[in-house]
Design a protein around this ligand. Structure first.
Ligand code: ZN
Length: 650
């Protein structure tokens, strides 16, 4: 889980809906009932674990930002009571009920967690003099509210250390809600993280930011409201808080497994797990207490080996390997396990079988995907065929509420083979809209395609209905009848989806077919704390991918960017439609030299405010040929609003 929430807040799409969602069909009701028969709903152990040690919660369910907006609402999922309605997959309904158990929980004599205050958990470990905080949530507002609750229920103690288990924003973004930079600088608070944390934390999503955040709107259902016809959690938590993402750089990094620290008198052994759920991640073991923290490596769901919003593919084999290593290193000496999402597990036997069966699920995913791949099957064939064996699939924690076997098998294939399936027909494919238009024509025209889709829909064959209607919509994005019919197929697929993310993606797709692409989100400058930690090279990498080669043509020039407050000078050269950035020497000649504080350049990059305006206002100074500089800025794409996904650009 990641992504800076600030970019992603948007007004609800549901307002002014022209067409309501389609009621659950007979086929959907039947599918929900059949799934229900196959899973052990009578097993209530998770409900026991998720409720155990409840201390209390805050009286006001709403956590607000300084501007008065809602960062989090603890009552948003109060509707999820009793039996699943037909619009929600019963297995997902159960997961959302578990995730909705929020408040302060005592995990052991020395460990407490605040759960359900954000997408992740924040953990408070009792040290000799104060709290060791593990993973301070996504936003300062929610982390502060969690600490306030701890103080209210357990008494005031200082936070003396923060541990980030990994480099995703939902595990560090709220740090300034529990400690401040001055206390860290003064040595009063230590901040511990796995090696490589800072670079991964700030670089995540920078280059591909606009595409990833747009796709994240689908994955997380940002424009859906929580509800039985809307968003039903994100599988690892209810939703992502909408507040201020902050960052304090670590003061101590952990590079190898077995490293041991005494933090405020608490002995902690670290297991580093790079390249699992995050590029920089680590588990924690408390030998004196027989407690194991599995970070985000063993959530109560199958995780994403490749996230639908887009990211570099992860390694299912390494993931399984590290789970096995945890089991071997700590399994025999663990009585309680907690994680940064979901709820703890109690009892050595419970923890050991959890880790073993979770490991087996990732290993099975990897090995069986590769076996089928080596037998010549391609991505869609493997995705349709691969299933966990019953013994693994009946474990609730192996169900696909976040990642799915289908999607993850694509990830394994991609890791080894890439997107190409080796069939030469796929080397030079037509563009989707062109292919769709020709297919619709070949099938006898849009009316025929829609009739075929209607028949498929009436039989409950929503995948085929959607396949046909997607062609009709791509062929003619003004065909309102086809768009509504496709939205209705997505409604049913959303109701049936066990994966919260698939549900979010189907329902968001349906919403956009009915109401169009959402308006641009407010803000979009990103978190100042995160941006301040970006190396300048990364900022120029971002500038380079904004260069529109068509506009630049055969233009060439050299501009120096000087950031006086950082004592940095960068030579930016454009040639052959390519932007290169390298450190520049003092007094080096160029067509123009732009002197400005670096945040100004960033602001311009993120908001599209033309740099020329900053020069005119005197905030930036230009030496040399102002026209050269104007040419350069004219070659950049302005940041654009949300792009269409279920239709193509006109
Ligand atoms: Zn997370």
């Amino acid at each position: 889980m990641r992504r800076l929430a600030a970019i992603l807040t948007a007004s609800s799409l549901l307002a002014g809906t022209a067409h309501a969602a389609e009621a659950p069909s007979a086929a959907t009701i039947k599918a929900q009932a059949e799934l229900k028969k196959t899973l052990p709903f009578a097993d209530r152990q998770d409900f026991d674990f998720a409720s155990r040690g409840f201390v209390g919660t805050r009286s006001d369910p709403v956590i607000r930002r300084a501007d008065g907006g809602v960062a989090w609402d603890l009552s948003a999922y109060d509707f999820a009571q009793g039996e699943a309605p037909a619009t929600v997959n019963p297995s997902l309904w159960r997961q959302a009920q578990l995730l909705a158990k929020s408040g302060l929980f005592q995990v052991s004599d020395t460990v407490w967690q605040v759960r359900g205050f954000d997408v992740a958990n924040i953990t408070f470990v009792k040290g000799a003099t104060g709290w060791i905080v593990i993973d301070p949530l996504t936003t300062a507002e929610t982390a502060k509210a969690a600490l306030e609750l701890v103080t209210e229920k357990l008494g005031a103690r200082p936070v003396v250390a923060v541990i980030y288990t990994h480099s995703h924003a939902d595990h560090f973004g709220g740090v300034k809600g529990v400690v401040n930079q001055a206390d860290v600088d003064a040595g009063k608070v230590q901040v511990i993280a796995p090696e490589g944390f800072l670079e991964e934390a700030v670089s995540e999503n920078v280059i591909a930011g606009p595409a990833m955040s747009r796709r994240a709107q689908y994955q997380f259902g940002y424009n859906l409201k929580p509800g039985i016809e809307g968003q039903m959690s994100v599988g690892i938590g209810l939703a992502v808080a909408k507040g201020t993402t902050t960052l304090i750089a670590p003061t101590r990094s952990i590079a190898r497994t077995g490293e041991t620290l005494a933090v405020d008198g608490v002995k902690i052994v670290f297991q580093v797990t790079p390249g699992t759920e995050a590029p920089a991640e680590m588990n924690l073991y408390f030998p004196d207490w027989k407690i194991l923290c599995m970070a985000e490596n063993a959530n109560a769901t199958m995780h994403n080996v490749l996230t639908p919003r887009g990211a570099l593919v992860r390694d299912a084999k390494a993931w399984a390997g590290y789970l096995g290593e945890s089991l071997n290193l700590y399994g025999d000496r663990t009585e309680v396990m907690f994680t940064s999402h979901g709820w703890p597990r109690f009892g050595g036997g419970v923890v050991r079988s959890y880790l073993a069966d979770h490991r087996d699920a990732y290993k099975y995913l990897h090995d069986q995907t590769v076996r089928l791949m080596n037998a010549g099957y391609v991505g869609a064939e493997i995705a349709n065929r691969i299933r966990l064996p019953d013994a693994l699939a009946r474990n609730w924690f192996n169900r696909g509420y976040y990642g799915t076997m289908s999607f993850n098998s694509r990830a394994v294939y991609q890791r080894y083979m890439g997107w190409y399936d080796a069939n030469p027909v796929n080397l030079a494919v037509l563009e989707p809209a062109d292919e769709a238009a020709r297919s619709v024509e070949a099938m006898g025209g849009a009316a025929k395609v829609k009739a075929l889709a209607r028949a498929a829909h009436d039989k409950g064959d929503y995948r085929w209905a959607a396949t046909l209607l997607n062609k009709a919509v791509l062929a003619d994005s003004k065909d309102a009848e086809a768009k509504e019919a496709l939205a209705r197929a997505y409604d049913q697929m959303g109701w049936q989806a066990e994966s919260s993310l698939w549900r979010n993606m189907y329902l968001t797709g349906a919403g956009e077919l009915r109401n169009g692409v959402p308006a641009p989100a407010q803000g979009g400058v990103g978190s100042p704390d995160v941006i301040a930690n970006l190396p300048s090279q990364m900022i120029f990498d971002l500038l380079a991918v904004r260069l529109n080669a068509d506009k630049a043509g055969d233009g060439a020039l050299k501009v120096i960017f000087a950031f006086p407050e950082r004592n940095e000078r960068w030579r930016v050269t454009v040639r052959n439609g390519v932007l290169l950035a390298e450190p520049a020497g003092e007094g080096e000649k160029a067509d123009a030299t732009l002197t400005l504080p670096r945040p100004l350049l960033l602001q311009s990059l993120f908001t599209g405010a033309p740099l020329a305006l900053k020069v005119m206002s005197g905030e930036a100074k230009i030496d040399g040929d102002p026209l050269a500089f104007q040419r350069l800025t004219g070659w950049f794409d302005r940041p654009s609003g949300p792009f269409p996904i279920v239709t193509r650009p006109d």
